[in-house]
Write a protein that binds this ligand. Structure first.
Ligand SMILES: Cc1ncc(COP(=O)(O)O)c(C=O)c1O
Length: 378
């Protein structure tokens, strides 16, 4: 089944012939009075609506197990929950700011060390110590859109008995399916493309590993950061249009990138594969498209604030993946938890702007960017 079909048809045959699944809001479920058995017992452990969503999540990634959390960060935290005192996780320096915050401020209290690596692409056997238990990867990286070779990281990490966890938020299973490349765990902020309308906070994990699946089910039950039934239902519905939305968002982003590259008043445009031919080749070998996020800097002589004030369509807001275009300044917004040095190491300048292309008409978005660039000349 192609992913466009799986997004719509994974769940079928509902009561009364309904063509969309029912929503079960019950927080608790009756058990058999003699055996005390029951398919469901209490909503935090599992519930029919979240279970349906988790079936869809697993189907999209071609995974055995899917898990839905109350946010992308709850999913990221759960993905690292198998690490114990003395363990170390390797991460790229340009990892999502919230992940950086969790690794920097929370993991040390649990005796777990996060080691940030400037360029995961340059990782070698020497970077692994006996304590290295996991490598956490974002490819394309946020907001630099640098690419990491997933097959290479899997080979290296598995040689050292370390897990590979991939944050696939920017790609979604429509464009990149890391489990098929040997990755152990995929996390996503479903708040972004999966939900797609900037109106829902959610996170997901998928894996084929039964032992890890047990740990993630425990994280749901013991820590409780699970997705509620109504939001699970809304996400099931939103996912049906994910392939369609992303196709349009990506086409818009490609047109915007091509246009910005023709303008002398735009200094640098980052897009997956743009860093080097090598990264372009790697990305093409592990993903089926660049996605719909780009980042750029204005040339000298242009005023960033005037540019942003003149922009009509993209909202100046964190997040991405919505049907509406969004623009933000990572240094002060998504990546403000990082120290200035960490940002500099990651290549995130104070002037870098990140644009998430929505589904609007591309010509309207380009005309808007053009008029804002004209208005920004000092
Ligand atoms: C790449 C990436 N991972 C994880 C997250 C965290 O997700 P959430 O905001 O749903 O907790 C975000 C949010 O911006 C993100 O961009």
């Amino acid at each position: 089944m192609h992913i466009q079909t799986a997004a719509v048809h994974t769940l079928r045959d509902f009561e009364h012939g309904a063509v969309v699944p029912p929503v079960h809001l019950a927080s608790t479920f009756e058990l058999d009075r003699a055996t005390e058995d029951g398919a469901y017992a209490y909503q935090r452990g599992s519930n029919p609506t979240r279970a349906q969503l988790e079936t869809v999540l697993a189907a999209l990634d071609g995974a055995e197990h899917g898990f839905a959390f109350a946010s992308g960060m709850a999913a990221t935290a759960a993905s690292l929950s198998t690490l114990v005192v003395g363990d170390e996780v390797l991460l790229p320096a340009s990892v999502y700011g919230g992940t950086y915050r969790f690794v920097d401020l929370v993991l040390p209290g649990r005796g777990v060390t996060g080691r940030f690596v400037d360029d995961l692409g340059a990782l070698t056997d020497e970077d692994f110590t006996p304590s290295t238990r996991a490598v956490f990867v974002e490819t394309p990286a946020n907001p630099t859109l640098r690419i990491t070779d997933l097959r290479r990281i899997v080979e290296l990490a598995h040689r050292h008995d370390a897990l590979v966890i991939v944050d696939n938020t920017f790609m979604t299973p429509v464009l990149q399916r890391p489990l098929e490349l040997g990755v152990d765990v995929v996390v996503q902020s479903a708040t972004k493309y999966l939900a797609g309308h900037s109106d829902l906070l959610a996170g997901t994990i998928t894996t084929n590993d039964a032992r890890l699946a047990e740990a993630f089910a425990l994280a749901q039950k013991a820590q409780g950061g699970v997705l509620a039934p109504l939001d699970s239902f809304r996400l099931i519905q939103a996912i049906k249009t994910l392939p369609l939305r992303l196709e349009r968002q990506q086409a818009n982003a490609e047109r915007i990138v091509a246009h910005l590259r023709t303008r002398e008043d735009v200094a640098r445009v980052h897009f997956p594969g743009s860093y080097s031919e090598e990264e372009a080749r790697i990305h093409a070998s592990q993903a089926s498209g660049p996605g719909a996020v780009l980042s750029f800097e204005l040339a000298e002589g242009l005023d960033r604030v005037a540019f942003l004030q003149a922009l009509r369509y993209p909202a100046y807001a964190v997040s991405l993946g919505g049907v509406e275009s969004l623009i933000c300044r990572p240094a002060t917004m998504t990546h403000e938890a990082m120290t200035p040095e960490a940002r500099a190491n990651a290549g995130i300048s104070d002037e870098l702007l990140r644009l998430s292309a929505g589904i609007e008409d591309a010509a309207d978005l380009i005309a808007d960017l053009d008029q804002a660039l004209e208005a920004a000349v000092l």
